[in-house]
Design a protein around this ligand. Structure first.
Ligand SMILES: Cc1cc2nc3c(=O)[nH]c(=O)nc-3n(C[C@H](O)[C@H](O)[C@H](O)COP(=O)(O)O)c2cc1C
Length: 320
């Protein structure tokens, strides 16, 4: 197994989840500045797309800075040939790790046989890991999964994947059918750690699902003995999430507004030509909450159509 940067991480370690259209190049840059996790993931990126001639806009998903290291590129797909090529692209771009998405419930992804559909085809899932390893040329390959499709199949699904010796497996502790509709089953993460131990595997187990902050992440790691915990939705509006010294409630409103302005400016500069500014609206909602006048400012920002307009509204509010 190629373990690469994984062995240098503390135990437990805390990871930023891949969140499509959320943890893009702009937001990751802010997160690395204001509260850096031990490891960051990119948004998932189509392996087939990366192999296509028109891949240029997609490469923007894989934009990162040195400050974000160690950073893992997440790929999705169901064709071993494309996975091998895409892994080679990610390795050439200098990523510290390559992760395969085997948990996405999106119909468009599943229709291609990828994402969560792969837990019903462990043979193909294994072939994809082998293909990614061939393309990765020594960069460690990891996998992100759910517990199963309609039920917890971790006792068969996990051993199948462990045979391919991925460096790490992140377990989003819900089934495909459950999507995000029920509380995450953290007892299944403990079950996965037991399976890993019984098989004497060196693959790291990362637990994921519903964790709100670092203290809860530490508690989950203690309870389950997993190696690391991944946090996703808790990052919305909170680039300080992984900063143990800076809980968001202690960050003055003026600073929150300044960081939101920085976020909008970065988004416009890095992604404005390939993504709609509407992507930022979920961030407006998340930053602008919990202080006097937040609702009014949020309504104003939600009505804007360009980065400049949004920045002007924020400037008016802060009296610049
Ligand atoms: C908006 C959004 C986008 C997501 N995009 C991805 C993705 O690109 N790749 C992936 O493996 N999981 C993706 N997920 C799943 C998250 O990485 C994570 O597994 C899930 O949100 C549970 O963790 P949490 O409760 O800490 O958010 C996404 C989830 C959300 C809400």
């Amino acid at each position: 197994m190629t373990a690469g940067f994984w062995t240098a991480l503390p135990k437990p370690f805390f990871a930023l989840a891949p969140l499509a259209d959320v943890t893009d190049a702009a937001f990751r840059r802010l997160i690395a500045t204001y509260g850096k996790p031990h490891v960051l993931w990119t948004e998932f990126t189509s392996a087939d797309g990366l192999c296509a001639p028109a891949r240029k806009p997609l490469l923007r998903n894989l934009l990162y800075t040195e400050a974000e290291r160690p950073i893992v590129a997440q790929l999705w797909g169901a064709t071993p040939e494309s996975m091998q090529q895409a892994a080679a692209v990610a390795a050439a771009l200098g990523f510290d790790g390559i992760d395969l998405n085997m948990g996405c419930p999106d119909r468009r992804v599943e229709k291609r046989g990828a994402g969560a559909a792969l837990c019903q085809h462990p043979g193909l899932a294994k072939a994809l890991i082998r293909a990614a390893k061939r393309g990765a040329g020594g960069v460690p390959v990891s996998v992100k999964i759910r517990l199963g499709y309609t039920r917890n199949d971790i006792d068969t699904w996990l051993p199948a994947l462990l045979e391919e010796e991925p460096a790490a497996i992140t377990i989003h502790a819900r089934t495909r059918q459950e999507k995000s509709d029920v509380p995450a089953h953290w007892e299944a993460v403990a079950q996965a750690v037991d399976i890993r131990r019984a098989l004497d595997s060196a693959t790291y187990i990362i637990g994921n699902g519903d964790v709100q902050d670092l203290s809860e992440a530490r508690q989950k790691a203690n309870e389950t003995a997993c190696d690391g915990v991944m946090l996703g939705r808790a990052i919305f509006g909170n680039p300080w999430l992984f900063n143990a010294h800076r809980p968001r409630q202690t960050v003055p409103v003026a600073e929150r507004l300044r960081v939101l302005a920085e976020h909008i400016t970065l988004f416009d500069a890095l992604l404005g030509d390939v993504k709609s500014i509407a992507v930022m609206k979920k961030h407006y909602k998340a930053y602008l909450t919990g202080f006097a006048g937040a609702e009014c400012l949020r309504t104003e920002l939600m009505a804007t159509h360009t980065a400049t307009e949004a920045l002007n509204r924020l400037r008016e509010r802060s009296g610049d």
